[in-house]
Design a binder for this molecule. Structure first.
Ligand code: SF4
Ligand code: SF4
Length: 373
């Protein structure tokens, strides 16, 4: 996006409320960034006035703090603890229920939530890449997850180019940002005087047309392109390469796994905030009268003791094996499943780890030098 070949409109900064209004007119429930408990989260917007302006998100290992943006922009914060994942893969939901009918037979019924059409405003390039990975998992041929599919088809995504990546971001090295390139309905790049806007779908083009925007000037498009390049160049963290499969799988007995296990609390924060993690547990909750039961799915974590529990033993009995499972699945064996790494470089697992474990630092230590014999 924001190349000279894409037809781009220019949305003056004062007209941002019109975008929200147009989406509402089309029946979308609008979700946008909101400050809650000191962090930016996606919540329902009643109007564009609810959008936080003039905020940045200072992030580091085990650190997240909102600060003032000297340029008073709408989208100068890099990301919050969650973006799209909870809106497609619900943290907890019922998949089906079973009831005993009058003749005593069990009747099963799928439960598909009646979700509204939702427009999410302020989605980042890393979040779009993560959504594509979640789609690859939940919408596989012959194994389409109906609950996920229902929520997914209701989404309208307004992406925003990251102009101010956080210190924890490394999406440039994974190839997923900071400028959105695919997977959005509309994409914006925020400049001082307003937004360059491009459509990425027929739905997005219809909304863009309804805004009656003037075309963006070549200078504005060039400014957006350069802004994306500067944001990528400003990132200081990185992964050494996109395919680390052999590098990690050849080092399964590296002493660094012990060192990181000594720090890791196995709290699972990293998997909860990770936009690509999809592990879940399923439980049946019977009614007290024994006449019905609900089958629920809830987010789970490979850091939990029960996650590796098989009949009679645990395949990952210690934190070393659980951290190793997480990192090697995310960066190595994910390639076998999905043809790419499971990390989109959002940096959330670094910022929200209570002891500040930094995935990029662990990878650098694990892959430095020869394979230990
Ligand atoms: S790496 Fe950090 S966030 Fe993840 S389980 Fe360990 S302590 Fe928790
Ligand atoms: S592993 Fe960490 S940096 Fe990579 S996508 Fe997940 S939360 Fe983001």
């Amino acid at each position: 996006m924001f190349s000279h070949s894409d037809p781009a409109g220019f949305l003056p900064v004062g007209q941002l409320p019109q975008l929200v209004a147009k989406l509402m007119e089309r029946g979308y429930q609008c979700l946008g960034p909101t400050v809650e408990n000191g962090a930016i989260v996606m919540r329902e917007l009643r109007s564009a006035e609810g959008l936080p302006r003039g905020l940045q998100a200072e992030q580091g290992p085990g650190h997240y703090r909102l600060t003032r943006d000297p340029d008073n922009r709408y989208f100068a914060w890099a990301n919050g603890p969650q973006a799209i994942k909870p809106h497609v893969f619900a943290a907890r939901e019922s998949l089906w229920q079973v009831q005993r009918d009058e003749s005593g037979r069990l009747q099963f019924e799928a439960m598909i939530a009646d979700v509204p059409a939702q427009a999410i405003i302020g989605v980042r390039a890393c979040d779009l890449a993560a959504l594509a990975l979640q789609d690859a998992h939940f919408l596989r041929d012959n194994r389409r997850d109906p609950q996920y599919a229902r929520r997914r088809e209701q989404l309208f995504l307004v992406a925003v180019q990251c102009a101010v990546p956080a210190e924890t971001c490394f999406c440039a090295s994974t190839g997923d940002g900071p400028t959105p390139t695919a997977g959005y309905d509309l994409a914006l790049a925020e400049l001082t005087e307003g937004f360059i806007a491009v459509a990425g779908s027929a739905k997005g083009a219809a909304v863009l047309q309804s805004l009656n925007l003037s075309p963006a000037t070549p200078q504005q498009v060039e400014a957006a392109r350069q802004q994306g390049e500067a944001a990528a160049a400003s990132q200081t963290r990185r992964l050494p390469k996109r395919d680390l499969r052999a590098d990690l799988m050849n080092r399964l007995e590296h002493p660094r796994w012990d060192a990181v296990a000594a720090r890791c609390l196995a709290c699972g924060n990293c998997t909860a905030v990770c936009p690509t993690c999809f592990c879940h547990a399923e439980v049946d909750t019977p009614a007290l009268d024994g006449q019905s039961s609900q089958h629920e799915r809830m987010w789970d974590s490979c850091f939990g003791e029960s996650h590796g529990h098989l009949h009679g033993f645990n395949v990952r009995p210690d934190i070393r094996s659980r951290y190793r499972q997480w990192l090697t699945h995310k960066l190595a064996t994910w390639h076998d499943q999905f043809g790419r790494s499971g990390c989109v470089g959002c940096g959330r697992c670094i910022a929200w780890c209570p002891v500040g474990i930094d995935l990029t630092e662990e990878v650098a230590a694990l892959t430095a030098g020869e394979v230990p014999s």
